[in-house]
Design a binder for this molecule. Structure first.
Ligand SMILES: [Zn+2]
Length: 176
């Protein structure tokens, strides 16, 4: 039977597998070995009576993988169970999500056309706030700041605090 699972179902199964295997890991005789040359950290493995590596653990969910030797070719290989291999893209995606989420919803500064006449007027009226402008153009604050500096160079200053914002730099106030 080959049923297509939703992303949510896959992640639920992954979490379930992880919790079940965590108990398993605590109850079978394991050895903790260094991952190998130039690799940080350790990996749990099992050995048979002859002292050969008889199993390893999925690097995603810790599922015990009988007869999977992480050093089988002489080079350390990340062991991955069948389920995690099939669903790796979802799991990888989830791991990266927090990092990319913010970026994806914001505009890139090169895609934004700022109405500088409007910003001039805001500064004139002491209403120019970095956060407000960033919001208006759906940019990260740091990107908005970069655009402002690019445009005005040293003609403006950024002042912190409640009464702060983007001000004309009184030493360099020269309008275009
Ligand atoms: Zn796995």
């Amino acid at each position: 039977m080959n049923t297509r699972l939703t992303k949510k179902e896959i992640l639920e199964q992954f979490e379930l597998r992880k919790s079940v295997n965590f108990i398993l890991i605590q109850n079978i005789p394991i050895e903790i070995e260094n991952k190998g040359e130039n690799l940080k950290g350790c990996i749990p493995i099992t050995r048979n009576e002859k002292g050969e590596v008889s199993g390893s653990f999925c690097s995603y969910c810790h599922e015990y993988l009988p007869s999977k030797n992480p050093w089988s070719t002489g080079v350390y290989i990340f062991p991955t169970c069948k389920e995690c291999t099939l669903n790796a893209s979802y799991i990888e995606n989830r791991n990266n999500q927090s990092k990319n989420k913010k970026r994806r919803t914001k505009n890139y500064p090169e895609d934004v056309t700022v109405d500088w006449v409007y910003v001039d007027r805001m500064i004139d009226n002491s209403q120019a706030k970095l956060g407000l402008l960033a919001n208006k153009y759906n940019l990260e604050n740091t990107d908005m700041r970069k655009l402002i500096i690019q445009h005005y160079q040293d003609r403006v200053t950024f002042k912190r605090g409640r009464a702060g914002g983007i001000m004309w730099n009184t030493c360099n106030k020269k309008r275009k």
